[in-house]
Ligand binder design. Structure first.
Ligand SMILES: Nc1ncnc2c1ncn2[C@@H]1O[C@H](COP(=O)(O)OP(=O)(O)O)[C@@H](O)[C@H]1O
Ligand SMILES: [Mg+2]
Length: 482
């Protein structure tokens, strides 16, 4: 394979055509040699007699002998125990063998018989790893990667596991305990469950607990918030799609949340926001227990438990034609309604104590008048709003261990002062914030009120409504409130 030397060229007399052919051949061979020199592998080729006919630069460096000097010599002159003659004899390749080279290096090699037109023309040695320590390094990295995958898998299954049980749902009120009782019973059934309640009342917490008490508790718990994803993407998120289902689709396809929830629970939060087309598809999945990916021809069987939640007034959505009757009937067989916090004020104290312990490492006390303010306020954002108010209070009370009126948000204390001064009147601030009760049918008004109360501050308004900022932006766009 090595390009013929100038000496041999002068010894033969050629006509001009032959010379041109010869030059072309020589150029081709030297290009080939250059290419083989770039290979990561060390290569040496011997003919059927065991005579070295070619070696690349990597191999030359490995044995430390000028390669030109080796051409024409028998391989055993350099490697007395070379197995290339054996491979030529048997015609069988030897893959992944260790070889101790003179000088102490141990390499991993393949020895391959080379055939042309089914006739043996020689054999090739490829050094796969230049040094056995390289292989060890790779094995070590592989072990490390394996370990990482193992850890991530464990973390993922932790994430998919429900975090809460019924014991985490705190409260002493009759209203809450009734819901917990019913939920415990419903958990055993197979049918879908619909949880209703204002924002921040603990719907997600209840869904987690239901999963944990259900027959599928060892399976995954998969959440999808229908309001947090643009409606065009919801369908593929929920049902998944096959490779190449549409332009822009990930070329490997996508597993939908329904499929991910196989053997466990799918929690569809804010189901009132599910587009009508997806509603029809979801109903079919529930009835047939089979899911059809976007672009798929054959539906796949899926077995999962659906728990849905909404803070919307479903009657209103049904009247408006925004929610399908048939899906609603399928979902509402087992309905759980969590009462708002203002209808179970007995829970405020135990919840406050619990959150304070969670938030602060040091013991924190609440003064009587601050507690009275908490007990009087109407909590339109329910338990979430209470938690946020206490978070802020602990932050403000950093130098003391006492939460007083000063540490509570103005509108909360205003509500309680108003009520103290005018016991017969409902307080302005509380009434203004008590939007959910009055306007639960009218989301537009609710958002407008929250925005005006927060003087246009969208982050605060979203927090107050118990929705994410992006979901507030989506809603504002939908209702042209910008
Ligand atoms: N009864 C409760 N006991 C303890 N924490 C609660 C309770 N209800 C709600 N929470 C907490 O309040 C917050 C809001 O609850 P979440 O389940 O997200 O409400 P929703 O889904 O109804 O908006 C969460 O931090 C949750 O842990
Ligand atoms: Mg929620």
């Amino acid at each position: 394979m090595a390009a013929p030397s100038k000496k041999s060229m002068c010894a033969v007399s050629l006509n001009p055509d032959q010379k041109a052919d010869y030059r072309e051949l020589r150029d081709f061979l030297s290009t080939l040699e250059l290419i083989l020199d770039q290979a990561y592998l060390g290569l040496v080729f011997v003919d059927t007699e065991g005579i070295i006919r070619f070696m690349n630069k990597q191999y030359e460096e490995l044995i430390g002998v000028d390669r030109d000097a080796t051409y024409g010599k028998h391989i055993t002159e350099y490697f007395p125990d070379s197995r290339l003659p054996v491979v030529i004899q048997t015609g069988k390749a030897e893959m992944g063998w260790k070889y101790h080279y003179p000088g102490g290096t141990t390499l991993v090699v393949n020895r391959i018989p080379i055939l042309r037109d089914e006739k043996m023309i020689g054999a090739l040695t490829q050094c796969i790893f230049r040094d056995i320590s390289e292989l060890k390094d790779m094995a070590r990295s592989l072990d490390l990667l394996r370990e990482k995958v193992h850890t991530y898998k464990a973390q993922l299954s932790d994430l998919l596991k429900p975090k809460y049980t019924f014991r985490d749902i705190l409260g002493v009120s009759e209203g809450l305990n009734h819901v917990k009782d019913m939920a415990r019973r419903y958990a055993q059934a197979e049918s879908p469950i619909l949880i209703t309640g204002e924002t921040g009342t603990g719907k997600e917490l209840l869904a987690h607990s239901i999963h944990n008490a259900s027959n599928g508790r060892r399976g995954p718990f998969v959440c999808l918030n229908c309001a947090s994803i643009p409606s065009e993407l919801l369908e593929s998120e929920l049902f998944g799609y096959t490779a190449g289902a549409f332009t822009g689709a990930h070329n490997k396809g996508k597993t939908g949340k329904i499929e991910m929830a196989r053997g466990g629970t799918l929690f569809l939060d804010e189901i009132g926001e599910l587009p009508l087309i997806a509603q029809a598809k979801l109903l079919r999945v529930l009835e047939e227990k089979r899911v059809e990916k976007v672009g798929a021809v054959i539906p796949e069987e899926v077995d999962f438990r659906l728990v849905a939640a909404t803070n919307r007034n479903m009657d209103f959505l049904l009247d408006e034609g925004k929610f399908r009757q048939d899906l609603y009937f399928r979902l509402s067989g087992l309905t759980l309604h969590i009462p708002p916090l203002r209808e179970r004020r007995e829970d405020i104290l135990i919840l406050s104590q619990h959150f304070l312990k969670q938030i602060s490492t040091r013991p924190v006390e609440i003064t009587d008048r601050a507690l009275r303010a908490l007990m009087t306020y109407s909590w339109p954002g329910n338990v979430r709003e209470l938690k946020n108010a206490l978070d802020r209070a602990v932050c403000l009370a950093q130098h003391g261990n006492v939460i007083d009126l000063d540490e509570l948000p103005g509108h909360i204390t205003a509500a309680s002062l108003n009520r103290l001064n005018n016991p017969d009147q409902t307080d302005d601030a509380a009434e203004q914030l008590d939007m959910k009760r009055k306007f639960s049918d009218d989301e537009v008004l609710l958002i407008k009120r929250a925005l005006s109360f927060c003087r246009g501050n969208k982050s605060r308004a979203a927090k107050m409504l118990g929705i994410s900022r992006s979901s507030l932006y989506n809603k504002m766009e939908r209702y042209s409130l910008n």
